[in-house]
Design a protein around this ligand. Structure first.
Ligand code: SF4
Length: 323
């Protein structure tokens, strides 16, 4: 068995992940807590704000996503936000305590041209405020990753979503290998990787563990791992999925913490349906970032006063700005 302070390893097997998953919840959380304390500052949480800079009309058919043009949801196609509006939003996020600002565009892939140029300007503005800058823009080519790096981008989010085996039941317009290619381009450009997934989409426990094994075996491991619970949005093919069992979410956080000891594990979408107590247990089990702000791209998120209360209840301190 690894010691809590063992360095990250890239040789996880599905059997090992399943064995962790089968531990009684409190034993699993204890293990995760030890790993967390060995690798991270005690009691610190990072606030990250996510803004949709280009909403809706996405040609991809991700079954969980209200922004897909394939689904009839209340989210319409909107024009791209201007650089000034994004700078103002980043400034407000910073004033509320966020140290990381992520900009999302509902694109299948990045296309060179004025819209991408605008994103590059947004990245520069966010960096000028002293925030960590992250983007999630779909698939990227190596030269686009290099331009984002040159603009100052710290991190690129590109989730692998679910296991390789379950992927085709969720998305038919791309395969997971294309995601892996973009992650490689991001890494090669010297940008840190943010990649995680979603539970509650009809996958098995094996699928969940296989997804974590795939993430943990990336070399190096992703610096940031968002763990999401499905937000069941009306009009998406997954709207009638049963809600996830909160203890299952806690288990995913604990597994991610154990398998990726140095990564920032982010409590992401789906928190609205988790009780405060379940979220506290996630923070105890090793989550050390929450998305802060009352919407996450287009889906509801706890409002900031609820999160202030959560952080205060846990006696956590918010990560200080780096600059
Ligand atoms: S998750 Fe991203 S790629 Fe998939 S439909 Fe939504 S915006 Fe498009």
């Amino acid at each position: 068995m690894d010691l809590p302070n063992s360095p990250p390893r890239g040789d996880w097997t599905l059997e090992q992940a399943l064995a962790l998953h089968e531990l009684p919840l409190f034993q699993l959380v204890d293990r995760a807590r030890e790993v967390h304390r060995a690798h991270h500052a005690e009691g610190e949480v990072q606030l990250c704000t996510l803004l949709s800079v280009k909403t809706g009309g996405c040609p991809e058919d991700c079954a969980y996503c209200p922004q897909s043009a394939h689904h009839d949801t209340a989210v319409g196609r909107e024009p791209m936000l201007g650089v000034d509006a994004v700078r103002d939003a980043a400034q407000r996020a910073k004033a509320r305590g966020a140290t990381r600002f992520c900009m999302g565009a509902a694109w299948r892939e990045v296309k060179d041209g004025p819209q991408f140029d605008s994103v590059l300007s947004m990245v520069k503005e966010v960096k000028a405020l002293g925030l960590e800058a992250c983007c999630t823009l779909g698939m990227l080519e190596p030269h686009q990753a290099a331009r984002l790096k040159e603009a100052g981008l710290d991190a690129y989010n590109h989730n692998i979503d679910t296991s390789r085996a379950h992927y085709k039941s969720i998305i038919s317009t791309r395969d997971q290998q294309q995601r892996m290619q973009t992650l490689a381009h991001v890494r090669n450009a010297g940008i840190t990787v943010c990649s995680g997934g979603i539970i509650g989409m009809g996958e098995s426990v094996e699928d969940r563990c296989a997804m974590l094994v795939q993430l943990a075996n990336l070399t190096p491991q992703p610096e940031s791992v968002p763990i999401n619970a499905l937000v069941r949005v009306k009009g998406t093919p997954l709207e009638s999925m049963p809600p996830i069992e909160p203890s299952e979410f806690v288990k995913m956080i604990a597994l991610a913490r154990i398998m990726m000891p140095k990564s920032r594990v982010r409590l992401s979408a789906g928190r609205k349906e988790l009780s405060k107590e379940a979220q506290l247990l996630c923070l105890y089990a090793g989550a050390n970032s929450v998305f802060y702000g009352d919407t996450l791209l287009t889906t509801p998120n706890p409002d900031t006063s609820e999160d202030d209360d959560l952080i205060q209840s846990a006696g956590l301190s918010v990560q200080a700005p780096a600059v």
